[in-house]
Design a binder for this molecule. Structure first.
Ligand code: DGL
Length: 275
């Protein structure tokens, strides 16, 4: 049996990355760790997030994972380089793949519209404050500008399963207005919770802009990157068929309901662990 991919997040949002990974790589076994006892990370200091990330990575490496996927924008924004330096296995974050997909989308949109468009990033306070997306984009393009907007209300809305109707729509509108007013022509879902709000984000953005606005989902971009690393032989391919083990540090009241929202299927069995 091949070693599994290790995937972790502050909570259940990273299951959107697991969903994308199982679509792109159906035969890869996955161990997922959600630090549900300490979610959210997005409002904490970078030092605290790094400390928590080391704890999560330690649990997964002790289980012999062959690569680590950081399924959290906040952790990827502040800890990916640290974990890469400290660990002896491939470490994939969500920010770099998300930035690459955003650059491609912004270049296509610039050509389509006939004028330069900016990349708008929605994320947690931690991700936006870190400047990780502007940094990652500047490595790929010296022309493209990035504008960011922290959207702190969206994580609790998704965690409540409140992903349709007036309340999420009003919150999304409040966060998108300044981004679009600054010239954002593509939008990056820079938080693993936001793909669940993608239909509302797309609808409100189209209404505000007067035309469809391309949406970049860092979960899919990351799954594609992992698939490319496997195809290139940099991560050993799995061969046991789909198998998902889920570890959590606390079992939220509505775990099964919320987990199945993120995963797009019935909630898997979970094991509670201590960090
Ligand atoms: N998973 C986090 C992210 O992608 C959002 C939740 C949190 O704040 O911990 O940034």
């Amino acid at each position: 049996m091949t070693a599994p991919l290790g995937v972790f997040d502050s909570g259940l949002g990273g299951l959107t990355v697991v969903h994308a990974l199982t679509e792109a790589l159906p035969s890869e076994p996955i161990v997922y760790l959600g630090d549900t006892a300490r979610v959210p990370y997005g409002t904490r200091s970078a030092e605290t997030v790094v400390r928590y990330a080391r704890g999560c990575a330690g649990v997964l490496t002790a289980r012999g994972v062959k690569a680590l996927v950081i399924a959290c924008n906040t952790v990827s924004a502040v800890a990916v380089e640290i974990l890469r330096a400290e660990l002896d296995l491939p470490v994939i974050g969500v920010v770099e793949p998300g930035a690459r997909a955003a650059v491609a989308a912004a270049e296509a949109e610039t050509a389509r519209r006939g004028h330069p468009v900016k990349i708008g990033v929605l994320g947690t306070q931690g991700t936006i404050n870190s400047g990780a997306y502007p940094r990652a984009v500047s490595q790929l393009s010296t022309r493209l500008e990035v504008v960011g907007q922290a959207a702190p209300l969206l994580v609790p809305l998704v965690e409540e399963g409140w992903i349709e109707g007036q309340v999420p729509e009003l919150a999304v509108r409040r966060y998108l207005e300044p981004l679009l007013a600054q010239g954002a022509g593509v939008l990056v879902l820079g938080c693993t919770h936001y793909p669940l709000l993608a239909p509302i984000i797309a609808r409100v953005a189209e209404e505000l802009a007067g035309h469809p606005v391309p949406i970049v989902d860092s979960a899919h971009a990351t799954a594609t990157e992992v698939a490319q690393l496997i195809a290139a032989g940099r991560i050993a391919p799995g061969s046991v068929g789909p198998r998902l083990e889920v570890l959590v540090t606390d079992r939220p009241r509505s775990f099964a309901e919320v987990a199945s929202l993120f995963l797009g299927e019935r909630a898997p069995e979970v094991t509670q662990i201590d960090l």
